[in-house]
Write a protein that binds this ligand. Structure first.
Ligand SMILES: [Zn+2]
Length: 320
């Protein structure tokens, strides 16, 4: 059974999904083998980027006491995205018994890719979710106003997303940000930490809570997925090669000139040498007319760097 040893290790990794971090030695050889033999065993994969991406082996969010899903057909996510959302909402529910579920709008389609009318939401890492609202105002797309926004619960939600998940960004209209910030500051949160968290304060670049027009009816959250992104990176080539993943790649014809290699052409085209070879059945050499992907499409990404979670000074949660 020597042949299958790395295979079963990978299945074991896949079974405790979000707890597995990218640094836990997922090697290319094992991932390639599993991608060919049993891609389902890889678990969720986030391919490409939020604006040009795909989802493989996604999970469909379903309504439960934590989440109320508005459109099941567009509520596909990675396992990590689902776990992060549910963990953050569960923390609010634990702190404030009797909380309503968070309403969940568009996440991704089952295969990911373009989801009208959004530009992002393509790779299983974006979700439109609601704020917490006061009684009588608890429905999807309710504007966040003084008479509708449940500040303690909404702040607890954003706080949990920042401290307990790999949040990339939470897009919230700056007027709503200010309301929540004022509440958080008045409730005794560390002011310096709040400045790192709230983008409208303009104190730090890359504050996770960012302004986006129109986001006073919902929050758009985007997560890093250490596991699904890293696996997606490693499995991209093999999945395309074995036709397990059908990226609709638009290409142009290109005559490879003397002195050019798969590496040099790929570098100019903004794709990886592996995906370029996969597109051309391995035949990339001077004198051949090959297919080169147009830019702006799903392409393998470089290694994912997940920033540390932002935690207030004195917070005793274990650092990662
Ligand atoms: Zn959105």
């Amino acid at each position: 059974m020597r042949l299958f040893a790395p295979f079963s290790i990978l299945i074991a990794l896949a079974s405790f999904a979000p707890a597995v971090r990218a640094e836990e030695a997922l090697n290319q050889e094992d991932v390639s083998r599993v991608a060919e033999e049993n891609p389902a065993a890889l678990g969720s994969l986030s391919l490409g980027r939020p604006y040009a991406g795909a989802l493989v082996n996604g999970v469909q969010l379903t309504s439960n006491p934590l989440l109320e899903v508005m459109q099941p057909a567009t509520a596909w996510a990675t396992e990590e995205t689902r776990a992060y959302l549910e963990a953050a909402v569960a923390k609010v529910h634990a702190e404030f018994p009797g909380s309503h579920p968070i309403f969940v709008g568009d996440v991704s389609r089952e295969p990911g890719g373009r989801l009208h009318p959004h530009a992002s939401h393509q790779a299983g890492r974006d979700a439109d979710i609601s704020f917490f609202y006061l009684p009588g105002k608890q429905h999807w797309y309710q504007p966040a106003a003084a008479n509708s926004l449940d500040l303690p619960r909404t702040w607890a939600l954003l706080r949990a997303l920042v401290t307990d998940t790999d949040l990339d960004a939470a897009f919230v209209d700056l007027r709503v940000q200010k309301r929540i910030y004022d509440y958080a500051l008045a409730s005794g949160e560390d002011a310096a930490w709040l400045d790192r968290v709230f983008g409208f304060r303009r104190k730090h670049e890359n504050a996770p809570i960012r302004h986006a027009w129109g986001h006073f009816t919902h929050i758009h959250v985007r997560f890093y997925n250490p596991r699904a992104q890293e696996l997606g990176r490693l499995a991209f080539g093999p999945l395309v090669e074995h036709s397990r993943f059908h990226a609709k790649v638009q290409t142009v014809r290109y005559l490879v000139r003397a002195g050019e290699t798969a590496e040099s052409v790929a570098s100019r085209a903004g794709c990886s040498p592996r995906s370029l070879r996969a597109l051309n059945s391995g035949n990339v050499a001077p004198g051949l007319v090959i297919r080169v992907p147009l830019p702006g499409q799903i392409a393998p990404v470089s290694e994912v760097v997940v920033p540390p979670r932002l935690r207030p000074t004195g917070d005793v949660l274990s650092a990662r």
